[in-house]
Design a protein around this ligand. Structure first.
Ligand SMILES: C[S@@+](CC[C@H](N)C(=O)[O-])C[C@H]1O[C@@H](n2cnc3c(N)ncnc32)[C@H](O)[C@@H]1O
Length: 228
């Protein structure tokens, strides 16, 4: 009997056009998400919902402020934010942002200040421009995660928050097994399942405030940092 995960991966791969280990660069991200944009919410809406909710709930506990969401995608999380926050969303994919703009208009989300094409690894904003910066399910798909961390830190004011949700590989147990099985499927959205949490911990400019498992079966991790 064919392996379920391999079967799904084959179908997804033929849809997305992705290779098993695509090189992550800006062009690969753009072309991958141009294909996924029309069906992204249907395919990834529910699976990532708990992680998004956890991250935005963290942000909603902060005093009203200016929030940057990096890799905002189709804007699926935008309706969750407290209306007292002003939100700026950026993404590399114009197709994903088109859907986000439609969502903002249809839902009348007047607290969304701007949605713009930008590279999270090279943000156009001045330093200390935001009270919090959020990246959900983004660190594993960006071409240069270290540069993205540096930019999230740079644009967040001291005392502000940097909030991440991501999958980090488990070294043992059933989550490791599932992670390995999902690797080919993850590759179809340019997602690298071997992204180690150590790559974003240990920054001098951040203090880790919270780290907990979220989402289906605790497969994802919420990391909340204070910007020092
Ligand atoms: C897996 S999707 C996550 C979307 C959304 N945050 C969510 O919760 O569903 C990853 C998003 O990151 C965007 N992205 C990838 N690399 C990026 C970069 N360097 N700068 C900005 N956005 C990027 C992709 O275009 C895509 O919309």
């Amino acid at each position: 009997m064919p392996d379920f995960f391999e079967d799904v991966a084959r179908k997804w791969k033929s849809f997305s056009g992705a290779q098993r280990s695509p090189r992550i660069d800006e062009e690969a991200v753009r072309s991958t998400y141009a294909r996924w944009a029309p069906i992204y919410d249907v395919v990834f809406g529910a699976a990532f919902r708990a992680g998004r909710r956890a991250a935005v709930e963290t942000v909603n506990q902060l005093p009203p402020g200016r929030i940057l969401e990096c890799g905002v995608g189709t804007g699926i999380s935008l309706p969750y934010y407290d209306s007292a926050h002003r939100i700026v969303g950026i993404d590399l994919s114009p197709e994903m942002l088109d859907i986000a703009r439609r969502r903002v208009e249809e839902a009348g989300l007047s607290n969304v200040e701007d949605l713009a094409v930008a590279d999270a690894g090279d943000l156009p904003d001045p330093s200390d421009a935001y009270d919090a910066a959020v990246a959900m399910f983004v660190m594993t798909v960006v071409p240069d995660p270290k540069a993205v961390m540096s930019e999230l830190i740079r644009v967040t004011r001291p005392g502000g928050a940097v909030v991440l949700v991501s999958h980090f590989p488990d070294q043992k147990g059933w989550r490791k097994w599932i992670g390995q099985k999902l690797a080919p499927i993850s590759a179809s959205i340019g997602w690298h399942t071997d992204f180690a949490v150590e790559r974003i911990l240990g920054r001098d400019e951040l203090r880790l405030v919270e780290r907990r498992r979220v989402g289906p079966l605790g497969f994802f991790t919420l990391l909340v940092f204070e910007r020092l």
